[in-house]
Design a protein around this ligand. Structure first.
Ligand code: G6P
Length: 610
């Protein structure tokens, strides 16, 4: 949520900053801004614009920036104050010498603002961020680093900050609590960014700034301190990401590219983790004995990751016989879950930076639970505070609506459930082998679904005019229905509800008439007939039915208006297969309706504020 980039070096800062900022646009895109130091005059120059980064670029074309080799920039997801030019970052102090970009929320900003107003500071925006600029100004006595150090000690909440001061045009300052920030190390140039892909084409050497750290960055030197000003040691990591993984590679949208990457992601995962008679999850951080001793599991996650977790609950309870409770992170953190030393908390998060999930984990840890996270971003905050990490290794997911990260989370949950089932001896080695064999087939079944994408595209387009969709599923595909509805509403803005099909009569049936479309998940399963009964109830009320069924099912055509077939597989694995057509239905409907698929309104990919 909000993207920050900073540059200091020998090259022209603006082209580097704007290019890097565009790679962070998935984090927020309601307004953006840049600030550079005009070293000739000298003068601090700021340009800001409402809307996407392209508007900032247009503004700078008509109002060019002077040459400069140091600057910071920001793309915003509004929390405090409307998305407009005034509230866009960077924010400056009264003198105009100090500028700040910020990701996160300064929770005590009102108290600080009132005190600063009393001291005569003039505020221009409604943001929480502007207090930081004025507070630094208040502490500034010729040493910008010391002023920032005093400032960060007064801030409460979450923040990643990038700060420049006109009096010290050779220094870029960064600080972090909660929100992520990295430092990129180049040759005679250094960077700051909210995420690695922003600076990947300039350097692969990065420092992950830790909680409560402050960095003083010059073009050939980086120093890191704690908030008391004590120098701390740091490690420079080499990232292995490739530049092309953060490009569209010919696809019209990142979302479509990421949908097509799913066979590859799962092939790699299963090749690495499925051994002849065992599941290898190297980084789980718990011994088989510890896994065996676990008597209860809690799953916490948000959004799509929560739906993956729901599938995980069905799987773990069925295969390993361990009771599993699941909560959205924002609920878990504010209630009193009963947690003991034999509780395993599984946190699922693509980004590993979701504020509610991080807070939930901290609560659970304090109560003595072991934490294993399922995470996509290597080195993320969640990964670092967990006892073990099961990386999904899906590669950077840029489309705001999650696709490949979801099926990769499911993949890991299948592996974990098998491992737990074997450890608890509730799953026989023979049944485990059969399931593992079926899992290995999933990527080739994905390839078949993708090959027939035009059928899905046609059906999606024929139904794109409906003003409301209902998604129904049962048992292990109930979460699939929730995820299908979430995908559709996220990117097409069509009201869509996911329901357990058995609950249809308890409310949603009232919605059904000829103006509603109902997507019914009806793969081969023990509850297939029950789903057919639901479909009949919908049809007799004139609702349009799009059924997702198993290849070879000849009966379904008599009941549904449209049928999308998925290949036959083990019944337990059907959520993996259902995911693809559901993603594609949402995608093609959104495209047909002219929506911005990769950057849907009001959303952000990484929700680093509560
Ligand atoms: C946001 C995104 C969703 C995502 C959720 C959880 O709401 O728009 O796509 O599922 O955050 O994110 P996480 O990174 O924790 O999986």
């Amino acid at each position: 949520m909000c993207g920050i980039v900073g540059y200091i070096g020998e090259k022209q800062a603006y082209p580097i900053l704007i290019d890097a900022l565009k790679r962070l646009e998935y984090r927020g895109y309601d307004s953006s801004g840049v600030s550079i130091i005009d070293q000739q005059k000298p003068e601090m120059v700021i340009r800001k614009s409402q809307g996407k980064i392209i508007h900032l670029e247009e503004l700078i074309k008509s109002h060019p920036l002077p040459p400069s080799t140091i600057g910071i920039c920001h793309t915003r997801w509004a929390t405090h104050g409307m998305p407009n030019n005034v509230n866009a970052h960077p924010h400056k102090d009264c003198s105009g010498k100090i500028v700040v970009v910020h990701n996160g929320i300064i929770e005590n900003y009102e108290e600080l603002k009132n005190a600063l107003l009393k001291k005569g500071h003039t505020f221009l925006s409604q943001t929480d961020t502007e207090v930081v600029a004025h507070l630094v100004e208040e502490h500034y006595q010729g040493d910008i680093f010391k002023a920032v150090q005093k400032t960060v000690k007064q801030l409460k909440g979450a923040f990643a900050l990038g700060i420049l001061c006109l009096d010290d045009p050779k220094t870029l300052i960064a600080a972090r609590v909660g929100s992520p920030l990295i430092i990129g190390i180049g040759k005679n140039e250094n960077f700051i960014a909210s995420d690695v892909p922003a600076i990947l084409q300039h350097t692969k050497k990065v420092i992950y700034l830790k909680e409560g750290e402050l960095a003083k960055i010059q073009k050939d030197k980086v120093q890191i301190f704690d908030f008391n000003g004590k120098a701390v040691s740091f490690k420079v990591d080499k990232v292995t990401l490739k530049v092309d993984t953060v490009q569209k590679q010919g696809y019209p949208h990142f979302m479509l590219k990421e949908i097509h990457e799913q066979p590859h992601v799962l092939t790699q995962m299963f090749r690495h983790c499925l051994k002849p008679k065992a599941v290898s999850l190297d980084e789980i951080g718990l011994s088989d004995k510890q896994l065996k001793d676990m008597t209860q599991i809690f799953i916490v996650a948000c959004g799509t990751a929560y739906h993956a977790g729901m599938v995980g609950k069905y799987l773990i309870e069925l295969l390993a016989g361990i009771p599993v409770a699941i909560d959205v992170s924002s609920e878990f953190r504010y209630r009193t879950p009963i947690i003991g030393k034999k509780t395993l908390v599984l946190a699922i998060s693509q980004s590993g930076e979701t504020a509610d999930t991080l807070a939930a984990i901290k609560e659970a840890k304090a109560k003595g639970a072991k934490i294993v996270s399922i995470c996509n971003v290597v080195g993320s905050s969640l990964a670092r505070i967990s006892d073990g990490v099961l990386y999904t290794h899906a590669g950077p997911e840029i489309g705001v609506a999650s696709t490949k990260a979801y099926t990769a989370q499911l993949g890991v949950l299948y592996l974990l459930a098998i491992k737990l089932g074997l450890a608890h001896k509730t799953l026989s080695p023979k049944n485990a082998s059969l399931l593992m064999k079926d899992l290995k087939q999933i990527p080739s079944l994905y390839a078949r679904i993708l090959k027939d994408k035009h059928t899905i595209e046609r059906i999606a387009e024929q139904n794109a005019h409906f003003g409301c969709f209902l998604f129904l599923g049962r048992n292990i595909n109930y979460p699939s229905a929730l995820e299908g509805a979430l995908k559709l509403k996220e990117i097409s803005y069509i009201p869509a509800e996911g329901y357990a099909a058995g609950e249809m009569k308890h409310g949603p049936i009232a919605l059904i008439d000829e103006y509603r479309a109902v997507i019914c998940l009806a793969p081969e399963s023990d509850l297939y007939e029950k789903m057919i009964s639901n479909i009949q109830e919908i049809r007799s009320r004139k609702g349009k039915v799009i059924a997702l069924a198993t290849e070879g099912d000849a009966i379904i055509h008599a009941h549904a208006d449209h049928v999308i077939y998925v290949p036959k597989t083990n019944k337990l694995l059907t959520p993996l297969l259902m995911a693809l057509p559901l993603q594609m239905i949402a995608y093609y409907i959104a495209v047909k309706r002219g929506c911005d698929v990769d950057q849907p309104r009001n959303l952000a990919k990484s929700v680093t504020v509560e």
